[in-house]
Write a protein that binds this ligand. Sequence first.
Ligand code: C2E
Ligand code: CA
Ligand code: CA
Ligand code: CA
Length: 279
Amino acid sequence: AKFHGRDNFHFFNFQLHKDADTRMALEVELRRAVQDKEFTLFYQPQIDFATGRILGCEALIRWKHPEKGLLSPYFFIDTLENNGLIVPVGKWVMEEACRQCLIWREDGLGRVDMSINLSPRQFADPDLLEHIQTVVNKTQLEPNQLEIEVTESLLATDFDYAVTLLEKLQEMKIHIAIDDFGTGYSSLSYLKQLPLDKLKVDRAFVMDIPNNNDDKQITAAIIAMAHSLSLKVVAEGVETEDQAAFLKSLKCEIGQGYLYGKPMSAEAFAQLLKTERSL
Ligand code: C2E
Ligand code: CA
Ligand code: CA
Ligand code: CA
């Protein structure tokens, strides 16, 4: 009992203090990073299970930190979301990903579908739709080449508003995927109220296939339900041939994961396209 009380309080307080300091330092650094344009996009291939060919990719942000090297979004995306910097950074992601699509096309690499993550905060930006339209026009992208990935958390705050925006995106012929499916708290009933094209099964369900029977059952149920709603299914985090075979047996349409390629630079992705498309 002696050790509890004050000592613990100090320890706890210190931790709290340290965390607040770290958070503050990260914020300051992120503001600088936005100004100095230290972000870059990596691209992870998405594979058509039926043909084994590359359909497109998901754009994933990285921070080229001057000292710490390439940082994963796990270190900074929440902070960007909380302080609102995700709005300008997200606009840059949209521009950069679409610009990259144009470059690949001009380099004769063919059609590449592009999936882009949009966070809930970006949906609160009144310029969102106009900005997307401008980028699509400028890069002469086929709107149906572009896919927006949204998570269930988008629907938590203002469901009706989210639906209205998604419907406008659908009118623009942009595809919509529900990301990380199965990890949120939402009920399944909302799915049929949304103008969705695809559902992405979260990696958490895929990773222990084929050993975990529960995960196999859940994955099968999610895929069957998606198909009954006429949604295509993307399986995330496909790492093994066994997982791919199981997913294919369930008529899952698209695979994404280390088995087909880790997120990579635009140059590396272009090389992969050249090889697979025999260009
Ligand atoms: P996410 O949208 O679920 O993206 C998939 C994550 O899983 C990526 O992590 C990817 O590298 C990782 N992954 C893909 N295949 C495999 C696999 O086979 N095995 C394993 N272990 N991991 C795999 P990443 O790139 O670190 O991104 C993390 C999250 O950050 C993303 O999760 C997404 O929520 C967010 N994010 C990334 N880029 C952006 C962006 O431009 N805007 C917004 N708003 N969020 C982004
Ligand atoms: Ca995603
Ligand atoms: Ca995901
Ligand atoms: Ca995920």
